[in-house]
Design a protein around this ligand. Structure first.
Ligand code: DLL
Length: 443
């Protein structure tokens, strides 16, 4: 008999959830889907077709799952270079949703979904939440941002499809978040782990004891966090804290999630094929070895991703989870192999800051990004040296410059940052490679 989902008797999705598919069946399904997605991308995406042609490859060359290693990687710059719609494999009449996330410079990267893609997305989130022990009757507060970011809407539709009642608060306004959590008897919270740390602190200030509330689960992701943060969160709030992983390029949240064993994040392998490669050479690495996670979408229509280099560093954990799911697990993501920063859940590249500064001044002043954490909330300050060319001792002119920089950074990054104009030569001079980022968030 197939194991049933852990906490629920009849309220959960049917016991036929694919999480428990026997391995041989799962691998067959993956191969069939891999062949289909490669064919689809080859037929409809010019960029992919020419990449295969350069290697003298055709979809028929994929005869086994191992053959995936023959295929070219896709990287974030491919999305930038084909902005906005160049990697779409569906005509716009079949696209029903667009999301976007930060690119490495001014333009975002765009991702698209057909109706079928949204159904898959919802189904994987249902499986995430069910694995965390949520079910019909739960009240789920979604405090991930709603909008171009995938977190809010992704979690929202999954929670609804599970049969839970959704409270779509989106991010911000901690006092209101806490009030609703308390007044509505919220049982599960979805947000970034650092935002939840902030809510814990704020609740204490307001005299609300989260441990007294019905809140029992937190589904936290969109940024790296640690086991010690989990312990702290669980101790201070009484919730069981789960790690959920995903990225816009693949689908959004729901690529993988912890189950109640908390021994790594199960990847929904019937839809996403994981590989670990050496970040320097791109060579595939065996289970249990740390490297860069590479993901291939097995069922996406609008925007198939073949061997997408996530830049996230992790490993595939050997062996099967005690929960009985046959899905392989990745370890927690602790870091990235590129310079992308995640600030309050938002992806930020130092190169975006550079292009904003360049836009204003025409030349690049010496600058530094300082990241700190105050009451659980990330703060980002961009310190810009006022060069002799920029220098103007009229206060009004400096204020004007400050306002222009502030506007340009807010526009490019999509989050509020503090701009500090500092004296020329006051920042650490560049010693070869300039140290642009000082991250004091974990100190
Ligand atoms: O952050 C999707 C998401 C929303 C995931 C809500 C989980 C919850 P992006 O904005 O495209 O998508 O950012 C993706 O965020 O490549 C990782 O570097 C990082 N990331 C996401 N989840 C985790 C996690 C969403 N659980 C990038 N642990 C990814 C560590 C994470 N890093």
């Amino acid at each position: 008999m197939k194991p049933i989902l852990e906490t629920c008797a009849d309220d959960c999705p049917p016991a036929s959830v694919p999480d428990y598919t026997p391995l041989s069946e799962l691998r067959n399904l993956q191969l069939k889907r891999l062949q289909a997605v490669v064919t689809r991308a080859w037929q409809h995406v010019e960029h992919f077709q020419s990449r295969l042609a350069e290697r003298r490859l055709a979809p028929q060359d994929i005869r086994s799952l191992e053959d995936i290693a023959k295929l070219p990687f896709t990287v974030k710059n491919d999305l930038r270079d084909t902005y906005p719609f160049g990697l779409f494999a569906s005509p716009m009449k079949d696209v029903v949703r667009l999301h976007a996330s930060s690119g490495t410079t001014g333009k975002p990267i765009v991702v698209a979904y057909t109706k079928e893609d949204l159904d898959v997305w919802t189904s994987v989130i249902v499986r995430c939440f069910a694995g965390c022990g949520l079910h019909r009757g739960d009240i789920v507060q979604v405090a991930y941002g709603y909008g171009l970011f995938t977190g809010g809407l992704g979690a929202h539709y999954g929670a609804e499809a599970l049969g839970a009642a959704v409270v779509p608060t989106s991010g911000g306004n901690a006092d209101r978040q806490i009030m609703l959590m308390k007044d509505f008897g919220v049982t599960a919270m979805c947000c970034t782990p650092t935002y939840f740390l902030h809510l814990i602190d704020r609740a204490a200030e307001l005299g609300v004891d989260l441990k007294e509330l019905p809140l029992r689960a937190g589904i936290f992701g969109a940024e790296p966090w640690t086991e010690s943060m989990r312990k702290h969160i669980e101790k201070m709030s009484g919730v069981e804290a789960f790690d959920i992983y995903g990225l816009s390029e693949i689908i959004g949240p729901g690529v993988g999630c912890e189950c109640r064993r908390h021994r790594g994040l199960h990847i929904f392998e019937d839809h996403f094929l994981p590989e670990i490669v050496d970040p320097e050479t791109g060579t595939p690495l065996p289970d249990g070895t740390e490297g860069e996670l590479v993901l291939t979408t097995l069922s996406k229509h609008a925007m198939p991703m073949i061997r997408y280099r996530t830049r996230d560093i992790t490993m595939l954990l050997p062996g099967q989870c005690e929960c009985g799911r046959t899905l392989r697990r990745i370890d927690r993501i602790g870091r990235r192999s590129d310079d992308m920063l995640i600030v309050r859940g938002v992806n930020v590249f130092p190169s975006q800051v550079e292009s904003a500064l360049l836009e204003i001044e025409g030349t690049l002043p010496n600058y530094q990004i300082l990241l700190t954490r105050v009451q659980g909330l990330d703060q980002m300050e961009v310190q810009v040296e006022v060069t002799p060319q920029m220098f103007n001792d009229k206060i009004g002119a400096l204020q004007g410059l400050h306002a222009k920089l502030q506007g340009a950074l807010d526009h490019v990054l999509g989050i509020r940052v503090r701009v500090a104009l500092v004296e020329a030569h006051s920042l650490e001079p560049s010693q070869g490679k300039a140290k642009r980022v000082i991250d004091r968030r974990t100190q």
